[in-house]
Write a protein that binds this ligand. Structure first.
Ligand SMILES: [Zn+2]
Length: 59
C-alpha cells in the first residue's frame, strides 16, 4: 500500500510553493533522487539556461 500524499514544497529559488505530486514522489524515490528544491518553472528556466531544454517542447 502506498501512502504518498501530494505535498507542497517551497521553491529554493523563488520561494513559491509548488506541488510535489504522489506520482512524482514515487518516481523520485524509485530513482533515489532527492525531492526537488525548486518549482517546475525554476527548473525549466535552469534547463533552458544550460541550453539542454531538449526537443520536447511544452505540452
Ligand atoms: Zn521557483
Amino acid at each position: 500500500m502506498s501512502n504518498y500524499l501530494e505535498q507542497t514544497l517551497t521553491c529554493a529559488d523563488c520561494g513559491k510553493g509548488f506541488s510535489f505530486s504522489e506520482r512524482d514522489q514515487e518516481f523520485y524515490r524509485e530513482k533515489g533522487f532527492e525531492p526537488p528544491k525548486r518549482c517546475k518553472d525554476c527548473r525549466d528556466a535552469k534547463k533552458a539556461q544550460r541550453g539542454d531544454a531538449g526537443g520536447k517542447g511544452n505540452r
